[in-house]
Design a protein around this ligand. Structure first.
Ligand SMILES: Cc1cc2nc3c(=O)[nH]c(=O)nc-3n(C[C@H](O)[C@H](O)[C@H](O)COP(=O)(O)OP(=O)(O)OC[C@H]3O[C@@H](n4cnc5c(N)ncnc54)[C@H](O)[C@@H]3O)c2cc1C
Length: 296
């Protein structure tokens, strides 16, 4: 059933020009103030009365948060107000598609250009719902968030940042200022797949990465199952097994039963699909991803 509300509740719109100004507003108004980046999620949730905000703090005018940089050995640093489209263009223009392939693929599959022109990766990660793709894409890489408040800054890995569906390690006076995706090592390959039969949102998604050695052997495999799980989940037993398997073809049954036993505990029924169906899709996405990584 859709929301009975069609209008936004009243709020005061604030547009700070500097990070210090934005932080001072959060200090002053606490829980009553909410940061807005693209506003795609925030305004929808306010309309549906799922988030309350007396003050909406639009950070798009904070110039120091609008940058994207890449350097060899360090990786990508993305400021909080950078949109998905800007990341997509940057990766393409700088010839970084192979290096950050899963991220690029995920952005290309994210809704449509209108939405990608508006919404930010930082806002997507803070939203932290299983159906959004940002946390999954970042979990394929070693990624960290830089978080700032008026009393200092800290860095937290994306996997620690999200503890459960919608539960994040962020205080009301803090702002995520930067996403750092560390430069992957030599031979790194990655891919992202999502199954979204009902809406743009993922029902099941899988991000996978590995180091390709000579030939088709994969090591340091990372397999992240998302959307069907409350937060991105690494399938570590499966990762371990794949790294040891020499002949993929003859080990498929073993690999799939490992996925099944490891993933089953995280996946639940919902009104759109049964647990068994989602598990089946997860296995197919994982198998496809594995084949792709070996062929890149
Ligand atoms: C039609 C439609 C289709 C969609 N399809 C997809 C899809 O295919 N894949 C997908 O991943 N998502 C999808 N989305 C979700 C969308 O991508 C996210 O809602 C969006 O990325 C959120 O980013 P934003 O910049 O708009 O965040 P906002 O709406 O501005 O903010 C989201 C939340 O994060 C907080 N916040 C934002 N920035 C910061 C910050 N820097 N520091 C601290 N808190 C912050 C806000 O207070 C709010 O709670 C879709 C949404 C719609 C409406």
């Amino acid at each position: 059933m859709s929301s009975p509300y069609i209008t936004l509740p009243e709020f005061k719109y604030l547009r700070p020009k500097t990070l210090d100004e934005a932080l001072a507003i959060l200090d002053r108004y606490g829980e009553d103030a909410k940061i807005m980046a693209g506003g795609v999620a925030l305004l929808s949730f306010m309309k549906e009365r799922l988030i309350e905000a007396k003050y909406v703090v639009d950070i798009k005018g904070v110039r120091e948060l609008h940058y994207i940089r890449f350097s060899e050995g360090d990786g990508l640093r993305i400021g909080a107000t950078v949109t998905f489209s800007e990341i997509e263009d940057y990766i393409l223009q700088r010839g970084l598609v192979q290096r950050f392939r899963a991220l690029y693929q995920g952005i290309k599959k994210l809704s449509d250009p209108v939405l990608r022109n508006r919404s930010t990766l930082a806002g997507n990660v803070v939203e932290a719902l299983p159906i959004v793709d940002g946390p999954c894409l970042l979990s394929v890489f070693d990624s960290e968030l830089k978080i700032v408040s008026s009393s200092g800054s800290r860095v937290v890995s994306v996997s620690e940042f999200i503890s459960d569906e919608g539960f994040i390690d962020l205080k009301p006076n803090e702002i995520v200022v930067e996403i750092h995706i560390k430069d992957p090592p030599k031979g790194f390959v990655s891919t992202f797949r999502k199954y979204n039969p009902v809406t743009e949102f993922s029902m099941v998604s899988v991000g996978m990465s590995a180091i390709r050695e000579g030939g088709r052997d994969l090591r340091d495999v990372r397999c992240v199952l998302c959307a069907a799980t409350p937060k991105p989940v690494r399938l570590r037993r499966f990762e371990d097994l794949v790294s040891r398997v020499s002949d993929l073809r003859s080990s498929i049954d073993e690999l799939l039963s490992s996925v099944e036993s490891e993933a089953a505990g995280f996946i639940q029924d919902d009104p759109y699909a049964s647990r068994e169906f989602k598990l089946h899709i997860a296995k197919m996405l994982i198998l496809d991803s594995l084949k792709e990584l070996r062929s890149l």
